[in-house]
Design a protein around this ligand. Structure first.
Ligand SMILES: [Zn+2]
Length: 214
């Protein structure tokens, strides 16, 4: 079984360095999905430097982290939520132009994307990165590793979405990584194809159920 790690909604000075230490200790590479509003914050730029210097990838996690692209009626939302964040990331952005939509609690469904958003991602050469494990670390800061381990055992290849935000949940990360190793998980930086419906601007996977109708 394989395990790919991702961290959303950071970076935070009191959290992300600890996450980087845990990843280094485990010899793991991950992808960090960062919002434009955070990427623009001068206090976070040194953290983005550290993430990149440690060999991890950085992706775009929308500008505001408020707009569900499949639910909004604002025709300017795809441009603003995708492009403004990409511009804010600048040279920190991964060459594959990784983009993770805002999921309002990690729900995979038709509120994630619109036809216009898909067109925008394709014309912009983006890679859309979803997930198949959301153990809700933000609301169960000590119990999430059990759910993540259950997902790990249930899937051939788990793309785990965690959050490097100040909830305290990331204090359990070193222990989780050790237990994942003991379970036999192979940590990989590669993204499972089943979680990547758009790769470098081409639709390569099923978008069914992920795009709003009409
Ligand atoms: Zn998020």
């Amino acid at each position: 079984m394989k395990l790919t790690l991702s961290f959303d909604n950071g970076p935070y000075p009191d959290v992300t360095p600890g996450v980087l230490d845990a990843l280094a200790e485990a010899g793991a590479s991950a992808t960090f999905f960062v919002c434009g509003k955070e990427a623009r914050d001068p206090a976070r730029r040194p953290l983005l430097e550290r993430i990149r210097a440690a060999g991890h990838r950085i992706g775009n996690h929308t500008e505001s982290h408020r707009v569900e692209l499949g639910a909004t009626r604002d025709p300017d939302a795809p441009r603003r939520e995708i492009e403004a964040a990409q511009a804010a990331l600048g040279a920190f952005a991964d060459a594959d132009r990784l983009f993770r939509p805002y999921g309002a609690g990690g729900v995979l469904g038709p509120r994630l994307l619109s036809a216009a958003a898909v067109r925008h991602l394709c014309s912009g050469g983006y890679t859309c990165v979803l997930w198949n494990s959301v153990p809700r670390d933000w609301e169960d800061v000590t119990g999430w590793p059990e759910r993540a381990l259950a997902d790990l055992r249930a899937n051939d290849w788990t793309l785990l979405a965690l959050h490097d935000v100040p909830t305290g949940a990331m204090r359990a990360l070193p222990d989780f990584l050790a237990r994942a190793r003991d379970t036999g998980a192979e940590l990989t930086a590669e993204l499972p194809p089943a979680c990547v419906p758009i790769r470098r601007g081409r639709v390569v996977g099923a978008l069914e159920g992920l795009v709003a109708s009409g």
